[in-house]
Design a binder for this molecule. Structure first.
Ligand code: SF4
Ligand code: SF4
Length: 433
């Protein structure tokens, strides 16, 4: 009966998500040449695409003399800077440069970002208009970002900046820039801080020091949640499955996070969910403060709890299926923490966030336990970790101390930890010694 219900939920989710995607991905037969006209409205002739660097030449024709005049060039950032990604994948932008070497317009053509992140992109892209191609194009200096969408804005700015390197050589007849300028901001910080956070998180596990775990949570909340808005999402995993591999140089923090998270899952288990994920800190804070304020936590029947845990796997597979089917990795980015930390989202996203935060008052890590597709993905990798928690055969009955019900009994009544659900909180090890 339950199995049938799960199958039904799975099919329903896939259908709903497919409908959602088919609505937002209206197919367009517009060619690149047609797109160029959106920027150069007075264009009469658009050349075929030139190579080295890939670009189009735009001409106007004098009505009286019939003379052709070159009025500018247009190019697509994905042709010139293909390894620069935003939050969810590549961002294709059309850029037009006029004969005085100034940007006359930019247009967002394709992307894999969360729609709420790109809502303000038209205003953001307006900043590039009128800038000479020799300017700096640096986020935070001559380009202002959008609060909460730092990684997407950085992807756009860096891809335009990087694309302009060969364009400058073409238009200004300057020598090719051999040494690519680094377009990433503070790469040292972006590498060292996530590594430090992960080391601290793992140390809390090995040394069995819960206070270290709390410090890690706080650091991570500040750095990954509030300062960089960089948290793992299902869209990152669907991007990997779609072979959208982000370049390390331009997506340093995302690459480091993915690498450390997947490696730690294989070795220890869900270290990321234990104390790195900023939304875990938010949920725990709400739960603990509510408890201290006298609000009694609610309990879900053990059997029902085990069944509800499976919901997140259904959501994960539905999202991965739709992402791969429609080749859009951002479909996976439904997590409420994206809305929470970016302060951007549709009405549905805000509604989901409010529901999750409200439920976190009564249930420990409500989103993590039942719905988080990212947690489900990490759970699948962690299932066979080789250094995570194990219970000895003479352990006391510690299944009731596990706040996420990761301990189950086998047919022979032996307690076993389910590596997919365990968030390495150490409560059982403290209880059983
Ligand atoms: S389950 Fe999801 S929200 Fe919870 S800690 Fe893991 S990634 Fe974060
Ligand atoms: S109490 Fe549960 S979640 Fe915490 S370490 Fe033990 S099995 Fe894992």
């Amino acid at each position: 009966m339950i199995k049938n219900k799960q199958k039904f939920t799975f099919l329903l989710l896939i259908t709903l998500l497919s409908l959602f995607v088919s609505n937002i991905s209206s197919s367009s037969a517009e060619t690149e040449k047609d797109m160029c006209k959106a920027i150069f409205s007075d264009a009469d002739i658009i050349s075929d695409k030139f190579e080295n660097p890939p670009h189009y030449k735009i001409y106007s024709i004098d009505k009286k003399t019939k003379k052709e005049t070159l009025i500018g060039i247009a190019f697509f950032t994905t042709d010139l800077a293909p390894d620069i990604y935003g939050y969810g994948g590549k961002i294709k932008i059309l850029v037009g440069v006029d004969s005085s070497n100034s940007i006359v317009g930019t247009k967002l053509i394709a992307h894999s970002e969360t729609p709420s992140f790109t809502k303000n992109f038209p205003t953001f892209l307006e900043q590039f208009k009128g800038k000479n191609i020799s300017e700096k194009f640096t986020l935070g200096e001559d380009i202002d970002g959008i609060t909460g969408a730092t990684i997407s804005c950085s992807g756009v700015t860096n891809s335009i900046k990087e694309s302009l390197i060969p364009i400058k050589t073409l238009l200004l007849n300057t020598a090719p820039e051999n040494n690519k300028k680094k377009t990433t901001n503070k790469p040292f910080v972006m590498i060292t801080i996530p590594i430090f956070i992960f080391l601290l998180g793992s140390a809390s596990f090995f040394l069995k020091k819960t206070y270290l775990s709390k410090i890690t949570m706080l650091l991570s909340l500040i750095f990954l949640g509030l300062l960089t808005n960089c948290m793992l999402s299902t869209s990152h995993f669907s991007g990997l499955l779609l072979l959208n591999i982000p370049s390390f140089e331009h997506n340093t923090i995302t690459c480091i996070l993915l690498l450390l998270t997947i490696t730690s899952c294989i070795i220890l288990g869900r270290v990321y969910c234990c104390n790195i994920c900023p939304f875990a800190a938010i949920q725990e804070m709400i739960f603990n403060i509510s408890k201290k304020a006298g609000i009694k936590p609610k309990n879900i029947n053990k059997g029902l709890d085990y069944k509800f845990q499976k919901t997140k796997y259904v959501i994960l597979f539905a999202l991965l299926f739709c992402s791969i089917l429609f080749k859009k990795s951002y479909i996976g980015a439904i997590e409420p923490y994206i809305t929470f930390f970016s302060l951007m989202g549709s009405k549905a996203a805000w509604l989901l966030l409010s529901f999750v935060l409200f439920s976190s008052v009564f249930y420990f890590r409500f989103w993590c336990r039942f719905f988080c597709p990212t947690g489900a993905f990490l759970g699948l990798i962690s299932k066979f970790n080789f250094l995570g928690f194990r219970l000895s055969k003479d352990s006391k009955d510690c299944s009731n101390v596990c706040p996420v019900r990761a301990i189950k009994y086998t047919d022979k009544n032996i307690a076993k930890i389910n590596g997919s659900e365990c968030i390495l909180c150490q409560k059982c090890s403290t209880f059983c010694k």
